[in-house]
Design a protein around this ligand. Structure first.
Ligand SMILES: Nc1ncnc2c1ncn2[C@@H]1O[C@H](COP(=O)(O)OP(=O)(O)O)[C@@H](O)[C@H]1O
Ligand SMILES: Cc1cn([C@H]2C[C@H](O)[C@@H](COP(=O)(O)OP(=O)(O)O)O2)c(=O)[nH]c1=O
Length: 216
Protein backbone atom coordinates (compact mmCIF):
# COMPACT_ATOMS: atom_id res chain seq x y z
CA UNK A 1 0.00 0.00 0.00
CA UNK A 2 1.61 3.24 -1.11
CA UNK A 3 -1.16 5.86 -1.25
CA UNK A 4 -2.31 8.26 1.43
CA UNK A 5 -5.59 8.22 3.32
CA UNK A 6 -6.64 11.47 5.02
CA UNK A 7 -9.94 12.16 6.79
CA UNK A 8 -11.76 15.36 7.73
CA UNK A 9 -13.77 15.35 10.93
CA UNK A 10 -15.67 17.74 13.14
CA UNK A 11 -19.04 18.54 14.65
CA UNK A 12 -21.92 19.67 12.44
CA UNK A 13 -21.52 23.30 11.39
CA UNK A 14 -17.76 23.41 11.98
CA UNK A 15 -17.22 24.36 8.34
CA UNK A 16 -16.05 21.03 6.92
CA UNK A 17 -17.94 21.47 3.65
CA UNK A 18 -16.69 25.05 3.15
CA UNK A 19 -13.07 24.25 4.06
CA UNK A 20 -12.92 21.07 1.97
CA UNK A 21 -14.23 23.00 -1.01
CA UNK A 22 -11.45 25.60 -0.69
CA UNK A 23 -8.75 22.97 -0.11
CA UNK A 24 -9.85 20.96 -3.13
CA UNK A 25 -9.62 24.03 -5.35
CA UNK A 26 -5.91 24.09 -4.47
CA UNK A 27 -5.23 20.34 -4.41
CA UNK A 28 -6.88 19.42 -7.69
CA UNK A 29 -4.38 21.28 -9.91
CA UNK A 30 -1.51 19.82 -7.83
CA UNK A 31 -2.57 16.18 -7.75
CA UNK A 32 -4.89 15.76 -10.75
CA UNK A 33 -5.92 12.13 -11.23
CA UNK A 34 -4.06 11.08 -8.10
CA UNK A 35 -6.67 12.79 -5.93
CA UNK A 36 -9.74 10.82 -4.81
CA UNK A 37 -12.39 12.76 -2.92
CA UNK A 38 -14.92 10.70 -1.08
CA UNK A 39 -17.26 10.89 1.91
CA UNK A 40 -19.10 9.01 4.63
CA UNK A 41 -21.70 7.85 4.98
CA UNK A 42 -21.44 6.88 1.32
CA UNK A 43 -18.48 7.11 -1.00
CA UNK A 44 -17.43 8.21 -4.44
CA UNK A 45 -18.94 6.04 -7.20
CA UNK A 46 -20.11 3.67 -4.49
CA UNK A 47 -23.73 2.75 -5.14
CA UNK A 48 -24.19 0.47 -2.15
CA UNK A 49 -22.70 2.91 0.38
CA UNK A 50 -24.62 5.84 -1.13
CA UNK A 51 -27.88 3.87 -0.91
CA UNK A 52 -27.18 3.22 2.78
CA UNK A 53 -26.44 6.97 3.17
CA UNK A 54 -29.89 7.84 1.82
CA UNK A 55 -31.46 5.44 4.31
CA UNK A 56 -29.46 6.35 7.42
CA UNK A 57 -29.64 10.15 6.97
CA UNK A 58 -33.30 10.24 6.00
CA UNK A 59 -35.55 12.03 8.49
CA UNK A 60 -38.32 9.62 7.44
CA UNK A 61 -37.33 6.95 10.00
CA UNK A 62 -37.49 8.45 13.50
CA UNK A 63 -38.03 4.93 14.92
CA UNK A 64 -34.55 3.82 13.89
CA UNK A 65 -32.84 2.05 16.80
CA UNK A 66 -29.40 3.45 17.72
CA UNK A 67 -27.63 0.11 17.12
CA UNK A 68 -29.43 -0.28 13.80
CA UNK A 69 -28.08 3.16 12.92
CA UNK A 70 -24.55 2.24 14.08
CA UNK A 71 -24.64 -0.96 12.03
CA UNK A 72 -25.85 0.88 8.93
CA UNK A 73 -22.96 3.35 9.22
CA UNK A 74 -20.60 0.40 9.69
CA UNK A 75 -22.11 -1.44 6.70
CA UNK A 76 -21.68 1.64 4.49
CA UNK A 77 -18.11 1.96 5.76
CA UNK A 78 -17.34 -1.69 4.96
CA UNK A 79 -18.43 -1.17 1.35
CA UNK A 80 -16.51 2.13 1.21
CA UNK A 81 -13.29 0.52 2.47
CA UNK A 82 -13.55 -2.53 0.21
CA UNK A 83 -14.75 -0.91 -3.01
CA UNK A 84 -13.28 2.60 -2.84
CA UNK A 85 -10.53 3.22 -0.27
CA UNK A 86 -8.39 0.06 -0.40
CA UNK A 87 -8.22 -0.12 -4.21
CA UNK A 88 -7.33 3.58 -4.39
CA UNK A 89 -4.60 3.15 -1.76
CA UNK A 90 -3.19 0.21 -3.70
CA UNK A 91 -3.21 2.45 -6.77
CA UNK A 92 -1.05 5.10 -5.04
CA UNK A 93 -3.87 7.68 -4.78
CA UNK A 94 -4.34 10.43 -2.21
CA UNK A 95 -7.76 9.73 -0.71
CA UNK A 96 -9.53 12.47 1.22
CA UNK A 97 -12.66 11.38 3.01
CA UNK A 98 -15.22 13.78 4.45
CA UNK A 99 -15.77 11.78 7.69
CA UNK A 100 -14.74 8.19 8.53
CA UNK A 101 -14.62 5.90 11.58
CA UNK A 102 -14.11 8.71 14.14
CA UNK A 103 -17.59 10.01 13.22
CA UNK A 104 -19.20 6.73 14.33
CA UNK A 105 -17.27 6.69 17.59
CA UNK A 106 -18.22 10.33 18.27
CA UNK A 107 -21.87 10.31 17.08
CA UNK A 108 -23.01 6.76 17.85
CA UNK A 109 -20.53 5.99 20.65
CA UNK A 110 -20.76 9.41 22.32
CA UNK A 111 -23.88 11.15 20.99
CA UNK A 112 -26.15 8.10 21.09
CA UNK A 113 -24.35 6.80 24.18
CA UNK A 114 -23.57 3.34 22.74
CA UNK A 115 -20.02 3.58 24.08
CA UNK A 116 -16.85 4.39 22.18
CA UNK A 117 -15.30 0.95 22.67
CA UNK A 118 -18.34 -1.01 21.60
CA UNK A 119 -18.75 1.10 18.46
CA UNK A 120 -15.03 0.74 17.72
CA UNK A 121 -15.37 -3.06 18.12
CA UNK A 122 -18.34 -3.18 15.75
CA UNK A 123 -16.35 -1.23 13.19
CA UNK A 124 -13.50 -3.73 13.19
CA UNK A 125 -15.69 -5.74 10.80
CA UNK A 126 -15.92 -2.68 8.54
CA UNK A 127 -12.35 -1.44 8.53
CA UNK A 128 -10.13 -4.42 9.42
CA UNK A 129 -8.17 -1.82 11.35
CA UNK A 130 -7.68 0.63 8.47
CA UNK A 131 -7.15 4.11 9.91
CA UNK A 132 -6.32 7.34 8.07
CA UNK A 133 -2.68 8.38 8.22
CA UNK A 134 -3.86 11.82 9.25
CA UNK A 135 -7.12 13.41 10.33
CA UNK A 136 -7.84 17.12 10.07
CA UNK A 137 -10.24 17.99 12.88
CA UNK A 138 -12.21 21.24 12.77
CA UNK A 139 -12.66 22.12 16.40
CA UNK A 140 -15.72 24.16 17.36
CA UNK A 141 -17.94 24.44 20.42
CA UNK A 142 -21.14 22.53 19.63
CA UNK A 143 -23.41 25.47 20.39
CA UNK A 144 -21.56 27.62 17.83
CA UNK A 145 -21.85 24.89 15.18
CA UNK A 146 -25.55 24.45 15.86
CA UNK A 147 -26.15 28.20 15.72
CA UNK A 148 -24.43 28.35 12.31
CA UNK A 149 -26.60 25.54 10.98
CA UNK A 150 -29.81 27.00 12.34
CA UNK A 151 -28.98 30.39 10.82
CA UNK A 152 -28.16 29.16 7.34
CA UNK A 153 -29.16 25.58 6.58
CA UNK A 154 -32.91 25.42 7.23
CA UNK A 155 -33.37 23.50 3.99
CA UNK A 156 -30.79 20.85 4.83
CA UNK A 157 -31.67 19.94 8.37
CA UNK A 158 -31.10 16.20 8.75
CA UNK A 159 -32.11 13.85 11.51
CA UNK A 160 -29.00 14.44 13.60
CA UNK A 161 -29.03 18.23 13.26
CA UNK A 162 -32.34 18.44 15.14
CA UNK A 163 -31.07 16.49 18.15
CA UNK A 164 -30.63 18.35 21.41
CA UNK A 165 -27.53 20.35 22.25
CA UNK A 166 -26.65 17.70 24.84
CA UNK A 167 -26.22 15.19 22.03
CA UNK A 168 -23.74 17.46 20.27
CA UNK A 169 -21.88 18.06 23.51
CA UNK A 170 -21.41 14.31 23.92
CA UNK A 171 -20.24 14.10 20.29
CA UNK A 172 -17.67 16.81 20.93
CA UNK A 173 -16.47 15.17 24.16
CA UNK A 174 -16.02 11.82 22.37
CA UNK A 175 -14.01 13.49 19.60
CA UNK A 176 -11.76 15.08 22.20
CA UNK A 177 -11.20 11.69 23.84
CA UNK A 178 -10.15 10.30 20.44
CA UNK A 179 -7.75 13.20 19.91
CA UNK A 180 -6.23 12.73 23.36
CA UNK A 181 -5.75 9.00 22.71
CA UNK A 182 -4.09 9.46 19.30
CA UNK A 183 -2.57 12.97 19.17
CA UNK A 184 -0.10 12.14 16.40
CA UNK A 185 -2.86 11.36 13.90
CA UNK A 186 -4.98 14.47 14.53
CA UNK A 187 -4.34 17.97 13.18
CA UNK A 188 -6.66 20.15 15.24
CA UNK A 189 -7.77 23.41 13.64
CA UNK A 190 -9.55 26.21 15.52
CA UNK A 191 -12.77 26.43 13.49
CA UNK A 192 -14.11 29.45 15.40
CA UNK A 193 -11.78 31.71 13.38
CA UNK A 194 -12.94 33.50 10.21
CA UNK A 195 -13.33 31.04 7.35
CA UNK A 196 -10.26 32.36 5.47
CA UNK A 197 -8.06 31.62 8.50
CA UNK A 198 -9.56 28.17 9.01
CA UNK A 199 -8.84 27.41 5.35
CA UNK A 200 -5.28 28.73 5.69
CA UNK A 201 -4.63 26.54 8.76
CA UNK A 202 -6.18 23.47 7.12
CA UNK A 203 -4.11 24.05 3.98
CA UNK A 204 -0.97 24.33 6.09
CA UNK A 205 -1.81 21.02 7.79
CA UNK A 206 -2.55 19.39 4.44
CA UNK A 207 0.82 20.42 3.03
CA UNK A 208 2.60 18.88 6.01
CA UNK A 209 0.53 15.71 5.75
CA UNK A 210 1.33 15.32 2.06
CA UNK A 211 5.04 15.32 2.86
CA UNK A 212 4.72 12.59 5.51
CA UNK A 213 6.19 9.26 4.42
CA UNK A 214 3.56 6.77 3.24
CA UNK A 215 3.05 3.60 5.26
CA UNK A 216 4.40 0.37 3.87
N1 LIG B 1 -15.26 29.95 9.97
C1 LIG B 1 -16.56 30.25 9.80
N2 LIG B 1 -17.11 31.33 10.39
C2 LIG B 1 -18.42 31.61 10.25
N3 LIG B 1 -19.31 30.85 9.54
C3 LIG B 1 -18.82 29.77 8.94
C4 LIG B 1 -17.44 29.39 9.04
N4 LIG B 1 -17.25 28.24 8.35
C5 LIG B 1 -18.45 27.90 7.85
N5 LIG B 1 -19.39 28.82 8.19
C6 LIG B 1 -20.82 28.78 7.85
O1 LIG B 1 -21.43 27.83 8.72
C7 LIG B 1 -22.38 27.03 8.02
C8 LIG B 1 -21.98 25.55 8.10
O2 LIG B 1 -20.79 25.37 7.34
P1 LIG B 1 -20.50 24.03 6.56
O3 LIG B 1 -19.25 24.24 5.78
O4 LIG B 1 -21.72 23.57 5.85
O5 LIG B 1 -20.21 23.08 7.82
P2 LIG B 1 -20.23 21.48 8.00
O6 LIG B 1 -20.05 20.87 6.64
O7 LIG B 1 -19.07 21.21 8.92
O8 LIG B 1 -21.54 21.14 8.65
C9 LIG B 1 -22.42 27.57 6.60
O9 LIG B 1 -23.46 28.49 6.50
C10 LIG B 1 -21.08 28.28 6.44
O10 LIG B 1 -21.16 29.36 5.54
C1 LIG C 1 -19.90 8.88 8.90
C2 LIG C 1 -20.90 9.18 9.99
C3 LIG C 1 -21.70 10.31 9.93
N1 LIG C 1 -22.58 10.57 10.92
C4 LIG C 1 -23.43 11.78 10.86
C5 LIG C 1 -22.71 13.07 11.11
C6 LIG C 1 -23.49 14.10 10.30
O1 LIG C 1 -24.50 14.64 11.12
C7 LIG C 1 -24.12 13.25 9.20
C8 LIG C 1 -23.44 13.46 7.88
O2 LIG C 1 -24.20 14.25 7.14
P1 LIG C 1 -23.56 15.30 6.18
O3 LIG C 1 -24.67 15.78 5.32
O4 LIG C 1 -22.35 14.75 5.53
O5 LIG C 1 -23.18 16.42 7.24
P2 LIG C 1 -21.85 17.25 7.48
O6 LIG C 1 -21.84 18.32 6.42
O7 LIG C 1 -22.02 17.81 8.88
O8 LIG C 1 -20.70 16.28 7.41
O9 LIG C 1 -23.96 11.88 9.55
C9 LIG C 1 -22.74 9.69 11.98
O10 LIG C 1 -23.56 9.93 12.88
N2 LIG C 1 -21.96 8.58 12.05
C10 LIG C 1 -21.06 8.27 11.09
O11 LIG C 1 -20.36 7.22 11.17
Amino acid sequence: MTGKFISFEGPDGAGKTSVLHAILDRLTPMLGEQLVITREPGGRDNQVAEAIRDLVLSPAYPAMDPWTEAMLYAAARRQHVVETIRPALADDKVIISDRYLDSSIAYQGGGRELGAERVADLNQYATNGLQPQATIYLDLAPEVGLARIQATRQDEINRLDVEALAFHQRVSAAYHDLIAADPDRFWVIDASQPLEQVVADAWDAMQHILTLPTEA
